[in-house]
Design a protein around this ligand. Structure first.
Ligand code: NAD
Length: 366
């Protein structure tokens, strides 16, 4: 039998773990390792004051384990605030699987991951994220009840993306109401960056409303397809410098940064991508100074979590739509609060979400 020996020189990153930039009061971080299936996963539980930590599992070919850790810490924190601002009784959590979802994901690996989730006894509830399908969650369901986002045929709420898109549409309309005095998007020039699951559905809402829709994506065939379907114009120039009323990031995070803000001409930013601000402390303020209205991502992209929450609470499609539509009212409230307090909009959203968590913490102590 071969026994691996520990090499003291293997640990490349020295320095504090709790002091990592993204380590923001996380309650628990679980490293999951299984040699037989090749599973290497990290579950981040940020906060469980409002309820169990719910958040999707992402499978990604991370350049390093530190990158994976950083990702799970940032994403799980985001989930805490997303659920808190949406009024759900859920905490924030997320999981990352290290590896290529196309070549390394197997049913055995998903089952083993499910066993780790189960060992947390419901403190963390998983769902799908990038690199995961509903069918993967169905496999996880075989070994644990602490999973959402399973297929409709198995009692799940189904694909969350159209609901997420509807919520983004509601948030965008509220931002338009605040900035332009009307939430009618008819004739507004709107650029959607990333026309995947959420982006395409958003394009559909916008064209039904009479907006002039521009689309950008790295996938040329998808661009052709969506352009034909909804008469959207393919945009091939610098997305960030586009002369549009609204920029809707629906692809990657961190597209709002030092370089892009300088070039931006859009009046509003409202999109689905998570973690749009490269640095929350800097870039929200820069947008505010430039007069660009930012609809906080974690506020307006909450349709997906509202959809999976239905699996836990047992509410129906009509209630999902009602809760998602309410993103309009919450967004308006946050934008007005930010203006009254003269702070960036995402700070206002974070403050209100944190208040809800603090209030509940006090109640729980009574
Ligand atoms: P997706 O993978 O289906 O679509 C992403 C699209 O972006 C793809 O078409 C891809 O080709 C395109 N893309 C990638 N890099 C690009 C680039 N550099 N420039 C332009 N386009 C690029 O993902 P999705 O499910 O539609 O999610 C989109 C975003 O919304 C993600 O950031 C995701 O985390 C976030 N989000 C999704 C949901 C949901 O319910 N699916 C919920 C909340 C947040």
């Amino acid at each position: 039998m071969q026994v691996d020996v520990l090499n003291a020189n293997e640990l490349k990153s020295s320095g504090p773990v709790f002091g990592q930039l993204s380590f923001n009061d996380h309650e628990q971080v679980v490293f999951c390792n299984d040699k037989d299936t090749g599973l290497r996963a990290i579950i981040g539980i940020h906060n469980t004051v409002l309820g169990p930590a719910l958040g999707g599992t992402r499978m990604w070919n991370y350049a390093s384990e530190w990158e994976a850790l950083n990702d799970v810490l940032r994403l799980s924190r985001g989930m805490t605030y997303k659920s808190a601002i949406t009024g759900l009784n859920l905490g924030g959590g997320k999981a990352v699987l290290i590896g290529d979802a196309k070549t390394q994901k197997t049913p055995e690996l998903m089952k083993k991951f499910g066993e780790f989730v189960h060992s947390l006894s419901g403190k963390y509830i998983t769902a799908e994220d990038v690199g995961m399908e509903t069918s993967d969650m169905d496999i996880v369901r075989e070994v644990t009840p602490y999973v959402t986002g399973i297929s409709e045929s198995k009692g799940g709420a189904g694909n969350p993306s159209p609901i997420t898109a509807y919520g983004v549409f509601m948030g965008m309309k509220a931002a338009a109401k605040f900035k332009y005095g009307s939430d009618d998007l008819d004739g507004k020039k709107i650029l959607v960056q990333g026309i995947g699951h959420v982006g395409e559905s958003l394009v559909e809402h916008l064209s039904n409303e009479g907006a002039i829709v521009y689309i950008a994506d790295i996938n040329p065939s998808k661009l052709e397809e969506v352009s034909k379907k909804y008469s959207a114009k393919i945009y091939t120039e610098d997305v960030y410098a586009a002369n549009v009323d609204i920029y809707a990031p629906c692809a990657l995070g961190a597209t709002i940064n030092d370089e892009t803000i300088e070039r931006m001409k859009a009046g509003i930013i409202a999109g689905a991508a998570n973690n749009q601000l490269a640095d929350e402390n800097i870039h929200g303020k820069l947008l505010q100074e430039k007069g660009i209205l930012y609809a906080p991502d974690f506020l307006i992209n909450a349709g997906g979590i509202i959809n999976v929450y239905a699996e836990l609470e047992g509410y129906d499609k009509a209630e999902i739509m009602r809760k998602t539509e309410n993103i309009y009212n919450t967004t308006l409230e946050i934008l007005r609060t930010a203006e009254a307090r003269n702070i960036p909009t995402h700070f206002a959203a974070l403050q209100i979400a944190q208040q809800r968590i603090d209030d509940r913490k006090r109640e729980n102590l009574r």
